[in-house]
Design a protein around this ligand. Structure first.
Ligand code: DQA
Length: 158
């Protein structure tokens, strides 16, 4: 099974960007922890960060036939991007949306996510730990898909 992690604009600046909101951890360190967890669980993982909406749309499309799950922090595009929402809906790959900060405790314009409704779920707040929770959530999604497929195979046999 393979997970693609997609990081939106300004997340390349984690560690120096608004530390009071996003904390001191750098993106590469978050990715190292995710890679360790993926290795421990026999899951393949790839990372992608872009500040450009179209590049994020392209990367989501490239997941078709390649990835089994997407963990995405669309960052500011969460609140504005119909294009990223449509791409997630088009590929129909289970996606989990994450936010380091609790977007519902911040400015009102951050309260709405255009992308969350086409995701399996959203995790918001608790800093970098959200990425770990998303990995655990994704493993659960993979298990559920596996169980459904096994049931379908048994039904065909009967
Ligand atoms: C963010 C929250 C967004 O509102 C913001 O634009 C970001 C980061 C988060 O991870 O908390 O860039 O997605």
């Amino acid at each position: 099974m393979k997970i693609v992690v997609i990081q939106g604009p300004n997340l390349n600046m984690l560690g120096m960007r608004e530390q009071n909101i996003y904390g001191p951890m750098k993106l590469e360190d978050i990715h190292k922890q995710m890679k360790n967890f993926a290795d421990q669980n026999g899951v393949e993982i790839e990372f992608f960060q872009s500040n450009l909406e179209g590049e994020i749309v392209d990367r989501i499309q490239e997941c078709l036939g390649d990835a089994d799950g997407i963990i995405i922090n669309p960052a500011a595009y969460t609140h504005t991007s119909i294009a990223i929402r449509d791409a997630l809906a088009a590929v129909k790959i289970p996606a989990i949306e994450v936010h380091l900060s609790n977007i519902y405790a911040r400015e009102e314009f951050r309260h709405k996510s255009l992308t969350a409704p086409v995701c399996a779920g959203q995790i918001s707040g608790m800093g970098p730990f959200v990425y770990h929770l998303a990995m655990v959530g994704m493993l659960q999604v993979f298990n559920e898909i596996k169980m459904i497929k096994e049931k379908q195979a048994k039904r065909k046999e009967a």
